[in-house]
Design a protein around this ligand. Structure first.
Ligand SMILES: [Zn+2]
Length: 304
């Protein structure tokens, strides 16, 4: 149901409550028929996705304020103002990754310059719909996350869109090639607008799981007492596993394979010995022959 229809049923969009962004009692107001950008906190001007992300941090990452946090392309200081180890970056055309311009660090989420496993929480708000290689971006983010860390983010997931659609791509020469009519969102840098490269659909979480090698938790909270209600309301959380289960299973498989090989080699060696002994006529071989034959029998009976 679209917002105007909902508003007709429930016009209660001037409500008091608690804002997780300014951590204060406040009043939430909406003045236009698009909650995602216009359902604001009258104290800090935060919008629903910012409050929702902050709510997910508070609810699921208690003590997050002390963690090493990096936020890519922030549009506010709502997270930075509470975090002790917070860094942020923007993608600045003409500036190399890791370099600064006017005190702002440049980073491309598709080619981060941070060392492996150096960040506890990586935050992106409405960034992934603007990258040309979301798979590369997710892989990079998970490279720099420490095991047990998490990528927490918002991006529009389109209801009713079964399959993700690419809207624009980069040619080999580095020029932007539109695949569909160009769409832009507001951006805090450059000419103030950012091209939409992907419309994510119903398959979004499956794609994310494949790219990250980890499951995705999709959080959708509707709670107007915290100013949480909007179109495209999801906050996604991908925790980096402490260890990848398939790695340890592969090790176990290799070990079992090795022991089977060893067992086969031992049986073959014993069989050779038996053949040699059988060819002998000396009474001195009778006892060892019996012992060896028994040993082969017991090895064959042992479960592999
Ligand atoms: Zn507020």
């Amino acid at each position: 149901m679209s917002f105007p229809e909902r508003a007709g049923l429930d016009p209660g969009l001037d409500n008091g409550g608690y804002c997780p962004c300014c951590r204060s009692e406040t009043r939430f107001l909406v003045d236009q028929a698009w909650l995602r950008d216009h359902y604001i906190c009258t104290r800090c001007r935060s919008i629903p996705r910012q409050r929702h992300l902050q709510t997910v941090l508070d609810a699921r990452f208690s003590g997050w304020e002390a963690l090493r946090i990096h936020e890519s392309s922030p549009s506010s200081d709502f997270i930075g103002r509470f975090a002790e180890n917070y860094t942020c970056s923007q993608l600045i055309p003409g500036v190399a990754g890791g370099e600064f311009r006017d005190g702002v660090r440049c980073e491309d989420v598709e080619k981060l310059t941070f060392p492996d496993e150096s960040i506890d929480l990586f935050i992106t708000q409405d960034v992934l719909e603007h990258v040309f290689d979301p798979r590369g971006a997710i892989k990079e983010i998970h490279r720099v996350l420490r095991p047990g860390g998490a990528h927490i983010f918002t991006t529009p997931k389109h209801p009713g869109l079964i399959q993700t659609v690419q809207r624009a791509r980069l040619s080999n020469a580095g020029t932007v090639e539109p695949l569909l009519e160009a769409q832009y969102h507001d951006s805090p840098i450059g000419d103030g607008r950012a091209l939409v490269t992907y419309d994510y659909g119903h398959d979004f979480e499956s794609l994310l799981s494949t790219w990250a090698g980890a499951s995705v938790v999709t959080v959708n909270t509707v709670d107007r007492s915290r100013g949480l209600d909007a179109e495209f309301n999801e906050v996604f959380v991908i925790a980096k596993p402490l260890h990848y289960p398939h790695h340890s299973s592969q090790k176990l498989i290799n070990r079992l394979q090795g022991s089977i090989d060893t067992r086969d080699r031992r049986i073959a060696a014993l069989q050779d010995a038996v053949t040699e002994l059988r060819e002998s006529t000396s009474w001195r071989v009778t006892a060892p022959l019996r012992a060896t034959t028994n040993r082969v029998r017991s090895l064959r009976k042992r479960p592999s």
